[in-house]
Design a protein around this ligand. Sequence first.
Ligand SMILES: Cc1ncc(COP(=O)(O)O)c(C=O)c1O
Length: 366
Amino acid sequence: MRTRAQRHADSKRTEGMYVRPNIARMQAYLPGEQPTESAWVKLNTNENPYPPSPEVAKAILAEAAGELNQYPDPMADAVRERLATRFSLARENFLVGNGGDDILTIVTRSIAGEKDLVAYPSPTYILYETLAELQAAKIHEVPYGPDFAIPEALFGSGARLTFLANPNSPSGTAVPVKQIKRLADSLDGALLVDEAYADFADDTAMRLVGRAANLCVLRSFSKSFSLAGLRVGYLAGPVELVSQFAKAKDSYNVNRLSMAAAAAALDDYDYMLENVERIRRSRCELTEALDELGFSSLPSQANFIWTKVPSPGARSLYEKLKSRKILVRFWDRPAMSDYVRITVGTDKQVELFLSTVREIIGAQDV
Ligand SMILES: Cc1ncc(COP(=O)(O)O)c(C=O)c1O
C-alpha cells in the first residue's frame, strides 16, 4: 500500500510537475526506428549502407589497448588538426561533438534563451524544434515553397538563431551557396548551416566560414563516413563564436574510441569519397525507377530521396513495407504525410526495395 506522500509524489511525477513547464508540454523527439535484429532492410535513418574504412577498426583497437582509464582530450585536437588541414582553416575554427546532434544542442543552448526567436524553414530536421522548445524559445517556422528555395520570410527575420539544413532533410533539396551568404548577411543573429549530408551534394558553404561573423557550418561523420554508431560531428565557424560554444559543451564530449575512429576516417578520405560516389550513382538509379512507378521525387543532393507516393499512399506503403521487414521513414505531419523518405542503400537493398514496392502497388515489372 502506497503512503499518501508517495501517491502525491507519483501524481506530481506523472503530471510532469518537477520539470520546467515547457518540457512538460513538449513532445519528445522521436528518432527513426532502430530494430535490434539484423533481418531488416533499414532505409529509414540515412545511415551509410557500406562499412567505414578498414583503418577505423584498426585505430579503435589500437586506442582500446591504450589509456582508456584516462579522460579523452577535451577539444579532440587529433580531429581538429586534420579538419584544419583539410579545409585550410585554423584548428580554432572547429568544435567537435558527440554527433552533429551534440553540436546542435551546444549551439542552441549557447544562443537561444527563453522567448528568443529561433527560425527555420519547414519541413526540416525535427530536432531544431525540440531544441528550441527545450530553451523555451519562440519558434518562427517558415514553410518552404514548392521549389524549396530559402523562404523570403527568413531573410532579416530578427531571429537570434536560424537553422538551415543544406541539403535539407527530409526533402533532400539544396539551395545555392550564394543564397546562404545573402541570408547570413541579412540576419542580426547567427546562422547555422547544417551540412550533415553535404558530402553527397554538389556544393558546400564551407568556403563561407570566416567570411561572415554569424555563420557556422555543421558536419557529421554519421553519413558519408559510415560512423553513425560512434557519434562524431563538428562545427566550423569563426574563432570568436567557436570559443563561446566551447563553454557550453560537456567537458569530455567525444570519447577516445570515437576520436581515434574519426581521425582514421579523415586519414582515409578517398575511401569515403568512393562510397559517396557509389551512393550518388544508386540515388540516380533509384530516382529513375521510382519515376517509372509513378512516384514524384524531389531532386536529391543527399543520400536519401523524399518522394510522393502514388496509390495506395504513403502511410499504406510504409506499413506494407514494414510488414515485409523493410523500413522507410514516414511522418504523419501536415505537408509530409503524402511522402516517404527512402535512404539510398546498397544495390541489392535498392533492388529488393523496388521489387517489393512493385508488388505492393501492383505495377508490372519494368
Ligand atoms: C539534417 C540533420 N542534421 C544533423 C543530423 C545529426 O546527425 P548525427 O548526430 O548523427 O551526426 C541529422 C541526422 O540524421 C540530420 O538529418
